[in-house]
Design a protein around this ligand. Structure first.
Ligand code: VOV
Length: 248
């Protein structure tokens, strides 16, 4: 058996995608719409308070295209908290105007491929901060799930640790060229959801998603071993953005 990579886990993650029933939203009277918006805003304030207290983080983005209208990405210490968040949203008036479109459950993960031998990663404040990240509120989000292939000669899980480490080094070198342009949060979902990882990227310039993902396609670890699910891309919903989205 090949040596399994050691992983460190941080906050649990829920990507909660919803579609808006625009017909019902437009038909609702202004009073009901305003009440729904007030309630939604107070939920968002609660999430912001959790983020200020560093007990979790939430990002709220509209989704471009027809796979969903918006996504809440929540990070919390436990799965129970994530569950409570989705249930709290489901009980709001605004939720009556939405339908679930997709969801993804995972946990922030760092592997030991790049670890410094003989050091305790949990003593490194940078690593600890990466396990419990405050999500950047950059203009755009890109989310997709992925697997590492297990087919014939292209079986990631049969490679030696050294072979995998060399490929992850090359992967990391490409990623580093995008420092300051793309921020990645890798979440592990083996045992939690249908794919092995969730990849969540943030950027101020959405084109950087295309450039990075395209460049990685030529790198061995993605070219030979990457299998990818559906892509979701969207725009930050800050206070103004939310009001604009929901004004009818
Ligand atoms: C934005 C840049 C960027 C950077 C700097 C970066 C660096 C790194 C490093 C150094 C490491 C290994 C240590 C760790 O931190 O865990 C990883 C790990 C990982 N990555 Fe990555 N990645 C990036 C970006 C980045 C992207 C765009 C993708 C999607 C791939 C693609 O083709 O679409 C990805 C995937 C992953 C995955 C699935 C893992 C876990 C693999 C495993 O087998 O365990 N990643 N990644």
């Amino acid at each position: 058996m090949s040596e399994a990579a050691q992983t460190l886990e941080g906050w649990y993650a829920l990507h909660d995608f919803r579609t808006i029933n625009w017909t019902a939203w437009k038909q609702a009277d202004a009073e009901k719409r305003n009440a729904a918006l007030d309630e939604l805003q107070s939920l968002i304030s609660e999430w912001k308070a959790a983020e200020d207290a560093k007990t979790g983080s939430t990002a709220f983005y509209s989704i471009v295209g027809q796979k969903a209208d918006f996504v809440f990405m929540h990070l919390r210490e436990t799965l129970e908290e994530l569950n409570a968040l989705e249930v709290a949203f489901n009980k709001t008036t605004f939720a009556q105007f939405t339908t679930p479109a997709h969801s993804y459950v995972s946990v922030v993960e760092l592997s030991n491929y790049m670890a410094q031998p003989g050091t305790d990663p949990l003593e490194n404040p940078e690593i600890v901060a990466r396990l419990k990240p405050i999500l950047p509120k950059w203009r755009h989000i890109c989310f997709y799930p992925m697997n590492k292939r297990r087919e014939g000669n292209d079986n990631w899980y049969m490679l030696s640790m050294d072979e995998r480490r060399a490929m992850m080094r090359s992967h990391g070198m490409i990623g580093r060229q995008y420092a300051g342009k793309v921020k990645q949060i890798i979440t592990g979902s083996v045992g939690f959801d249908n794919w092995e990882w969730g990849v969540t990227l943030f950027a101020e310039d959405a084109l950087q998603f295309k450039k990075l993902v395209y460049e990685m396609r030529f790198d061995e670890v993605s070219a030979r071993f990457g299998d990818f699910g559906e892509f979701f891309v969207g725009n930050l919903l800050d206070g103004d953005g939310l009001n604009q989205l929901l004004s009818v």
